[in-house]
Write a protein that binds this ligand. Structure first.
Ligand code: DGJ
Length: 719
């Protein structure tokens, strides 16, 4: 990777990409190029012979009208540019037009430390370009961080008030990229509860396409990721760009096709009802965006995002550590448990070979259903006689570790916390708050609320031997209002900053506790949360057919080890479908593995099978933690699902194939990502073949029926 700045031309070169900009004659920073790696002299050629020639002369009286089609690095409002701006800065007199001119640059080591928010860490180099607004006293710093080990470019913007008067930021996107033509399709991850991250692809037409969340969390419905696919872009071929926010709050990503056919892509904090007061000397830092250019299809894009998130976002202490194989009691008991029931689960679980027992919702306060107790983080010793330690001791005696569920941001109206502090729940006096799952949300914009929850959760963690925490969040925000905030336009962003603060403090204070994120399933599965929690509960839907789709979509931009995947009982509680234990485990083993069932209800042969599944998972776990993903067959074709993991040194691989609907007679599946010249042994089939043969000719699979599956392991044959 290297960054060069020469005669106001800036060139960032990654392993396989180049990103270039220049300052034009009139002093504006213009986008020049983002794509396949080219030389610095090619960039200079482009700017001198093409880029510059398209622009009017700087002394042209109508120059401002050219802004509407000029490719900028950060869009400003009014004054000739009619596309959506990146920033709107409203002054005391109500004026909000801007004109951002280049001022200076510097290059620094490492990624910028974005205080209080998740951000890229560990190495890299950053180009910082400062723009000055000619009409307001603000400076805008555009950061571009590049890395040696992955083709991801991290961008964000900092907006600094250098004047005397307060201004209001009515919009502050993280970055703007300009694609010179419209031959792209917009792929985004849509969905719903129990159906998260379904890829949807559509053409970009003139006007604005937008994905967003206004829920205070990134959401089940829309993920803060978009990919822009050139015609012909498929799994291992073709060109595409990725746009991934390192942010967990209300967001938006827009693609705007202008009348000249060029496409402007931007995103960041959702600007609906946003308004941030920027006092004299204040600096507003926007969330980071991880951009990726791929000329190797969606597969190359996914592998780069996986490397980026593992090397630069997820906690280095945990990212490659073997994950505890957990058994969680939620679907086994829901709220209906006591010591005896839990002891039964624990005793049976030990026999299966799991590492950790996780006690889910219902252990605290007066929580026997979802109408009460949230916020009262004290053990319910009427339900758990003798307290939590009786359960923890049982685990320890049996050699299991113990994990515990919390929902730190939530509050029930029927709780001691609410009775003591009704004003801590989000809402406005005189307006009935919107309830969801019978609960309200705590006002995390308030420091005393965050501190209270920090103390309450810390107390439980200090007083008990807990090695695992599942942090859940079961509803969207709706009443965007804080009783103590003087500027309500800051509410949504301040809320998520409060969540980040608590996550940061808890994970720092308890470095030996493994934290798993969750939000009513996968409602906050994003790079922002991965900064604090190395894995996230992927979805409440554990049906092995639905999961093939959810995990496929999630793998487009998130690491496999980040997806928490459990085998649950059948008929499945979400879909009513029955799929074999073997297939359920095969699909779940493409992630951080565990169980979500009552082991005391299992037949002996299922117990034997589970024991083997866990041993098997542990044998293959390094591929899940450290390998690369190759998606071979999409479940969205309705027929089959096939994903493969290959170790970085290409010595080992794992293939999971699931037949979805309709019998698949004997057929052939072509593998990917192997070393052509190495000879691999396919253990389960007793076949030896070169990587070249396995990739070009393929591997024979036997006939399979609905939801039947195979797992194959490959290793380089010893010569
Ligand atoms: C939603 C989660 O996704 C479930 O796994 C479980 O923890 C429940 N919440 C508990 O209320």
């Amino acid at each position: 990777m290297n960054i060069t700045a020469n005669k106001n031309i800036f060139v960032i070169n990654g392993k396989r990409y180049t990103y270039a900009m220049y300052v034009n004659d009139a002093g504006y920073l213009q986008h020049a190029y983002y794509g396949k790696k080219i030389s610095v002299s090619d960039v200079h050629y482009y700017i001198n012979s093409i880029g510059g020639r398209l622009e009017p002369k700087s002394d042209d009286k109508n120059y401002d009208m050219a802004f509407d089609t000029m490719p900028t690095e950060y869009g400003f409002f009014a004054h000739g540019d009619y596309r959506e701006p990146s920033v709107i800065i409203e002054r005391k007199d109500g004026a909000a037009m801007s004109r951002l001119k280049y001022k200076s640059y510097c290059i620094t080591d490492g990624a910028p430390d974005v205080k209080g928010m998740p951000h890229a860490r560990n190495g890299g180099k950053t180009l910082r370009i400062t723009l000055a607004d000619e009409f307001s006293d603000t400076h805008i710093v555009l950061n571009y961080t590049a890395f040696d080990d992955c083709d991801v470019l991290v961008r964000n913007a900092e907006i600094k008030n250098i004047g005397k008067d307060t201004v209001i930021l009515k919009k502050a996107f993280s970055c703007c990229i300009e694609l010179p033509d419209d031959d792209y399709k917009f792929m985004r991850l849509c969905g719903a509860w129990a159906a998260e991250r379904t890829p949807v692809v559509s053409r970009i037409e003139q006007g604005i396409m937008k994905i967003q969340s206004l829920r205070g969390a990134s959401s089940h419905q829309s993920n803060p990721f978009g990919a822009f696919l050139r015609n012909g872009c498929v799994e291992e071929e073709g060109k595409c760009y990725g746009f991934q926010l390192v942010y967990s709050g209300s967001f938006s990503i827009t693609a705007e096709k202008g009348y000249n056919g060029a496409v402007r892509i931007q995103g960041g904090i959702n600007d609906t009802n946003f308004g941030w007061k920027l006092g004299c000397g204040d600096n507003f830092v926007t969330p980071q965006v991880a951009l990726c250019y791929s000329d190797g299809g969606l597969g190359f894009l996914s592998r780069n995002y996986e490397d980026f998130l593992r090397e630069h976002v997820i906690s280095p202490e945990y990212v490659y550590k073997p994950r505890p194989v957990v058994i969680n009691n939620w679907e086994a008991t829901y709220f209906d448990f006591d010591n005896e029931k839990l002891f039964e689960i624990i005793d049976e679980a030990v026999e299966l070979g799991v590492d950790t027992f996780v006690l889910d919702d219902g252990w605290f306060g007066k929580r026997n259903d979802d109408t009460s107790g949230l916020g009262d983080w004290r053990v319910n010793d009427k339900k758990l006689k003798g307290g939590l330690n009786t359960v923890i001791d049982r685990c320890k005696k049996r050699g299991l570790k113990f994990g515990l569920w919390f929902e730190p941001e939530a509050i029930s109206e029927d709780s001691d916390l609410y009775r003591a502090h009704p004003d801590w729940a989000i809402g406005k006096d005189g307006v009935a708050p919107a309830r969801w799952r019978n609960q309200l949300v705590l006002d995390f914009t308030r420091a005393e609320v965050v501190d209270y929850v920090l103390d309450a959760v810390s107390k439980i963690l200090c007083e008990h031997d807990i090695s695992y925490v599942k942090w859940d969040f079961n509803r969207s925000l709706s009443d965007f209002y804080s009783r103590t905030l003087d500027n309500q336009g800051e509410f949504a962003h301040r809320y998520i900053l409060g969540v980040c603060e608590l996550a940061e403090k808890l994970t720092k204070a308890f470095p030996n506790v493994f934290f798993e994120g969750c939000a009513g399933g996968g409602g906050r599965f994003d790079a922002g949360m991965l900064y604090y929690f190395p894995q996230i509960w992927t979805s409440d839907n554990t049906d092995a057919y639905e999961r093939s789709k959810i995990q496929w979509g999630t793998s487009l931009c998130y690491p496999m080890s980040a997806m928490s995947c459990h085998v649950s009982a059948c008929p499945n509680h979400q879909t009513g479908r029955t799929i074999s234990l073997y297939t359920r485990a095969n699909v779940a083993s493409l992630g951080a593995f565990g169980y979500e069932l009552d082991p005391s209800k299992l037949q002996d042969d299922d117990k034997c099978e589970i024991k083997k599944q866990i041993e098997n998972y542990k044998r293959n776990e390094s591929l899940i933690l450290k390998g690369d993903t190759y998606r071979l067959s999409s479940p969205f074709n309705g027929k089959e699902f096939c994903i493969m993991r290959v170790s970085k040194d290409k010595m080992r691989a794992l293939v999971v194939y699931e037949c979805l609907r309709g019998r698949r007679t004997e057929h052939i599946i072509k593998l990917c990502g192997l070393d052509e010249d190495k000879v691999y042994l396919v253990n389960e089939l007793g076949i030896s073949a070169s990587g070249s043969a396995l990739m070009k000719i393929g591997l024979p699979l036997t006939s399979l029926g609905d939801y039947e599956s195979v797992m194959l392991t490959l290793e380089v044959a010893l010569s």
